[in-house]
Design a protein around this ligand. Structure first.
Ligand SMILES: [Zn+2]
Ligand SMILES: [Zn+2]
Length: 189
C-alpha cells in the first residue's frame, strides 16, 4: 500500500482497521520542527508502525532518522551529523499534557487526528547532543580577538590573574586546595 509520503497528521479512525505503517520522508514544514539553533538537512525519514493498544491508547514504534546541522560549541563552525532514533512511544488519552514524560504523551480524546510531529520533535531534541564539537580537541575561538584557533594562531595573551578576582579572593577565606588549579597551563609564578 503506497499512499505517498507520510503526513504528520494521522486520522485515528484508520487505526480501527489495524496497525498503520508509515514510511518515507515526513511531510512537514521545516519551521514546524522549530529546533532553535539546529537546522534540518533534508526531510526527516520515518519508518513507523502505529496501532491501538486495546486500552484506548496508541502505540508508535519504529525509527526516525534526521540529518542535522549544529554549531560547534567552541568555534561555531557548522557540524553535520545524522541522528537515528529507535522509538517506542505511547499516546495516552487518560493523562494530561502535564503528566507527559519521555516516551509517554497525552492524547486529546477529542481530536480525530494524531499529530506526530510534536512527539517526534521532542524525542529528537532529547537525542541531539548538547555540545556539538566539530572535532575532538577543537581549539575554539580566541576570546579576545575571535580568531579561529583551529586555523590560525593569534598573539593574544590571556593574563593568568584578573584584578576582579582579587577582590573576590579577599572575601573568601583561602582553602588549601583552591590554589592547585591543575592543568590549566597558565604559567603562574
Ligand atoms: Zn570547532
Ligand atoms: Zn586572539
Amino acid at each position: 500500500m503506497n499512499m505517498g509520503f507520510p503526513d504528520r497528521l494521522l486520522a485515528l479512525e484508520r487505526l480501527a482497521a489495524g496497525p498503520v505503517e508509515l514510511s518515507g520522508p515526513l511531510r512537514a514544514d521545516r519551521e514546524a520542527w522549530d529546533l532553535d539553533d539546529v537546522s534540518l538537512e533534508g526531510d526527516p525519514l520515518i519508518d513507523l508502525r502505529i496501532e491501538e493498544t486495546g486500552d484506548g491508547a496508541v502505540r508508535l514504534r519504529g525509527r526516525l532518522v534526521v540529518d542535522v546541522e549544529q554549531e560547534c560549541r567552541r568555534c561555531l563552525d557548522p557540524v553535520r551529523s545524522q541522528v537515528g532514533l529507535d522509538l517506542d512511544l505511547r499516546f495516552d488519552p487518560n493523562i494530561g499534557p502535564e503528566e507527559e514524560t519521555e516516551a509517554l504523551y497525552a492524547l486529546d480524546p477529542k481530536v480525530a487526528e494524531l499529530d506526530l510531529l510534536p512527539a517526534l520533535r521532542e524525542e529528537l531534541l532529547l537525542a541531539l547532543p548538547d555540545f556539538a564539537l566539530c572535532r575532538d580537541g577543537c581549539r575554539g575561538l580566541c576570546p579576545l580577538c575571535g580568531t579561529n584557533r583551529n586555523e590560525d594562531d593569534c598573539d593574544c595573551r590571556i593574563e593568568a590573574t584578573d584584578p576582579r578576582w582579587d577582590a573576590l579572593r579577599e572575601k573568601i577565606p583561602s582553602e588549601p586546595d583552591a590554589a592547585t588549579g591543575a592543568g590549566d597551563g597558565s604559567g603562574d609564578d
